[in-house]
Design a protein around this ligand. Sequence first.
Ligand code: PBG
Length: 313
Amino acid sequence: MTPQIRNLVREVSLEPRNLVWPLFVHRGDEPEPIGSMPGQLRHSMDSLLAAADYAAELGLGGVMVFGVLPQEEKNATGTGAYDEHGLVQEAIRRIKDRRPDLLVMADTCLCEYTSHGHCGIVRNDTVDNDATLQLLAKTAVSQASAGADVVAPSAMMDGQVAAIRNALDQSGFVNVPILSYAVKYASAFYGPFRDAADSAPSFGDRSSYQMDPAGGYWDALREARIDDQEGADMLMVKPALPYMDILPLLKQRYDKPLAAYHVSGEYAMIKAAAQNGWIDERRVVLEALNALRRAGAQFVLTYYAPQAAEWLG
Ligand code: PBG
């Protein structure tokens, strides 16, 4: 096939607006490299704002902000997650002040703020689903008040989408949409993120609330259906490439925008191989992102967002 014919018949497009860049912010005055995610930083407030400028100039679809708290600021109930003047809330406020045109998403979860690293409150060594719901709702409201354009619950608590929708509506944020991490697996591919955010659980794992990789289609469909019915505006599958079969499954059934999260481990694997000279980084990244678009994702959250946007020119 000639380039002209390829150009004529190509169905899938990939543009910077299809990419969302996850960003970490910490308390320090200096940005800090993340060992297992070469090229990504724990940003200082200043470098975060510079990253936001860069994202806006590249025409990215948006950014998603994660807070990295020092251990001494974490506690059993993760109060840092819903503190009106918390790290993430302040970061969102500053980005929106400076770049009102840049879409800002907030990850709504407790694991970066709890001393035990679980995504909810722990009672008798297990996560208390129902007690966690109101804290997630408070977290989402605090993020929307700070100016978040989208909230993205990722804790995998049952009923979290409904609880958040209710709380947002009652606080006047009827127009803030929910991007639900609807189908989120208990995945080892989150390893580098947990280094970055220092959020690995101090005991046990997340398999009681995140999904079983061997769970099958019905499991995925049930999770998506519940979040759809609870009022999610957009649905996400996470991780991305290992679960690419789930995207068309949801695409066929739900008339809602679909996202894929190309997670930290997926990023780290490509980086490591590229740094060894074993693969062509640019081609591999664009191939993966195009494949996710083809599978049905309107947008992809990826640490490669700015670099991919540069490559797309
Ligand atoms: C918070 C959250 C996690 C990720 C996104 N939101 C960590 C987890 O569930 O353990 C992981 C993202 C990545 O690996 O890039 N719950």
